[in-house]
Ligand binder design. Structure first.
Ligand SMILES: [Mn+2]
Length: 340
């Protein structure tokens, strides 16, 4: 945009490719911790996104003439987004930008093949959270505290029982790790509309601060816990059920904070919570399954959301979707049929 840039010759522009950028998931501890570990290992800029804003951020980063290497963390792909993602990565690779994609959500194997073909470094394991994989891959560039940042992410993603996750948790006192992971999570969830604060958290974690050492985090977490306890009452009142699931529209909080209560209080094995995103004309949907849920919700939601003109996917018992406003009822009734 700046007119001065246009006066420099192409050659000098090429030499100036020095920037490291990490695009990571902003909605949970795994995404924020992954961004912090990339920052500690490689420096550079952090861009935090949610699923509705994910592709837009990637389209923007392609235009960055100073970009030298890009890390993409904890951002799963869906049937709807995967082709565009490969296209964007192809453009980046043509410009000789080093790209590393690190994730643990269910992925179409043909996408991994396409990415490897264009020499995008893919680090992908559905069995460990993203931050644990970042920690493992770049351990030599990280300090001792980095294992704690990864441990907090594993706890929040329900993956502290996995081979590497459990080893990391063992380094620390379990309760000490749990309270820090929880306080961090409440601060992330409660600051979704304050991008500067989320970036500040990334910086503090990259700087080896414990969540409890970041000013006011406990006080803020207490406020969030109180809000959640009010949510229990609201879910009891507003939740509806179908044969195989409980569901509820959320008006004044995040859907992901309510969805576990919807599942738990409905007595069903699957819970659905959705919240309107007026800026995109869509519903942001969270889906959770109990231990008794035997289907892979991420795979089902990926296909169903795409069929309805949205997108979605994730893990077997925790996933999300973006659904066009008018299709939400259809999404819920179809999901109810597919999970029996
Ligand atoms: Mn994750």
């Amino acid at each position: 945009m700046a007119p001065s840039k246009k006066t420099t010759t192409k050659k000098t522009v090429k030499k100036q490719r020095t920037k490291v950028v990490c695009i990571s998931h902003k909605e949970d501890t795994d995404g924020i911790s992954s961004a912090a570990l990339i920052r500690q290992a490689f420096g550079g800029d952090t861009i935090l996104v949610d699923y509705p804003g994910q592709m837009e951020a990637m389209q923007q980063v392609v235009l960055d003439k100073k970009l030298k290497s890009l890390y993409i963390c904890d951002l799963g792909l869906s049937k709807k987004t995967q082709d565009e993602f490969v296209d964007i990565m192809t453009t980046l690779r043509k410009n000789k930008i080093a790209v590393t994609y690190i994730d643990h959500h269910d992925i179409d194997p043909t996408v991994v093949k396409s990415l490897e073909k264009i020499k995008v470094k893919v680090i992908h394991d559905t069995n460990e959270c993203t931050a644990v994989q970042v920690y493992t891959a770049f351990k030599s560039k990280l300090n001792d505290h980095a294992s704690f940042v990864a441990t907090c992410a594993a706890i929040t993603d329900y993956m502290e029982d996995r081979p590497i996750g459990s080893k990391l948790l063992q380094i620390y006192d379990r309760q000490f790790a749990l309270i820090n992971a929880t306080v961090l999570t409440y601060n992330i969830v409660g600051h979704q509309k304050e991008p500067d604060y989320l970036l500040y958290l990334v910086e503090e974690l990259a700087d080896s601060k414990f969540p409890h050492d970041i000013p006011n985090t406990f006080e803020f977490a207490q406020i969030q816990v109180e809000k959640l306890s009010q949510m229990i009452a609201k879910v009891k009142q507003g939740m509806k059920t179908m044969k195989n699931l409980g569901y509820m529209e959320i008006l004044d909080a995040g859907a992901s904070g309510a969805v576990n209560f919807v599942m738990g209080l409905s007595g069903k094995n699957v819970g659905v919570a959705y919240k309107e995103r007026t800026d995109y004309g869509i519903y942001a949907v969270s889906v959770r399954g109990s231990k008794n849920c035997k289907v892979h919700l991420g795979k089902i939601v990926n296909i169903l959301a795409t069929d309805l003109g949205g997108s979605g996917g994730g893990h077997d018992k925790a996933c999300g979707a973006v659904i066009p406003k008018l299709k939400i009822k259809k999404f819920i009734t179809e999901l109810n049929k597919k999970i029996k």
